[in-house]
Design a protein around this ligand. Sequence first.
Ligand code: NAD
Length: 354
Amino acid sequence: MTSSASAGPATEPALTVPPFAVIPGAQVQRALEGRQSQIVELVESTYRLHSAGDSVNPPSYFLRFPDRPASRIIALPASIGGSIRVDGLKWVSSFPENVSAGIPRASAVLILNDHDTGYPFACLECSIISATRTAAMAASAADWLSRGRPRPGRVGFFGVGLIARYIHTFLASTGWSFGEIGVHDLSADSAAGFRGYLERSGATGRITWYEHPEQLIRSSDLVIFATVAGEPHISDLSWFGHNPLVLHVSLRDLTPEILLASTNIVDDVEHCLKASTSPHLAEQLTGSRDFLAGTLDDVMAGRVRIPGDRPTVFSPFGLGVLDLAVGKYVYDEVTRSGDLHVIGDFFHELRRYG
Ligand SMILES: NC(=O)c1ccc[n+]([C@@H]2O[C@H](COP(=O)([O-])OP(=O)(O)OC[C@H]3O[C@@H](n4cnc5c(N)ncnc54)[C@H](O)[C@@H]3O)[C@@H](O)[C@H]2O)c1
């Protein structure tokens, strides 16, 4: 990393204060455009590093407000080793009422900290990074959890905001095509917006709007939940009688009874069994974690096999290490392009005694 000031005596290995850069959303988007397959590989290798213990990923911290109970801001500190070797923090807001004002629900920044000095060296727009890593983990899970049986040809999107759009883009860019695309959302505007996106994207396959959740679930082999439901609203196990693969990205849609009748895969056990997610409720109901079959890494490594005789539910909490890995990828790409926007003299008080 290039230095902007030296902080150690010349005889010792030099530790330097890195320059501080700001990477706006347009640069983030350019760095990630068309790289979906690479990002899925990056997310998978990050899961492997995390599983091997080469990461630190403490629990997320939820900041909630008594006067705005639907909103929250979450801090996800993390550290990752391997060749990425970076520390940092994602600070992500969810204000669901933004949507009715025409602006996205989620906004975020990612701070990257230098491994050797701890100095923050970049602040990146992170809503795109967050949606990208979420969609990449969904595409990876769809792939690994459907291996060994016919690939789902009928996809159902349950809740169609920004995350659903990113997941569809990632699936389409990593080799998936669907004969039927089902859509269900409480909001007619969201459904119309998603349909418009699908048509512009050139997606093939019949697009069907389902008024009732039951119709969507019964008509889909791959069901993707991306709502903002705060508590479970889907409780009828018979809707899942055809044993679909369910990507439960929004984490709180399914009652524990549905999970208990399914093969449950998570990204990280400790993380998923928190914050009133459906797996957390299932643990509280049964007093055990026996309903969990394992993690996505267990599946990738062949330690867990997915039986075909019941639904499979993937509940990913979303790990800060994924944001770090994708954020560092963006930082490296922008640096390589020569367009890194450095804020000169950001760190100013660099001599202990003036
Ligand atoms: N697991 C992860 O790592 C991860 C990462 C990012 C986002 N998420 C989650 O993904 C979800 C979607 O995020 P987004 O940015 O797309 O939100 P968004 O607000 O843009 O879209 C959510 C959509 O869900 C619809 N909806 C809400 N409740 C519904 C219900 N009960 N039935 C049907 N539709 C319903 C809304 O009308 C809206 O169109 C959020 O819950 C978010 O927390 C998870």
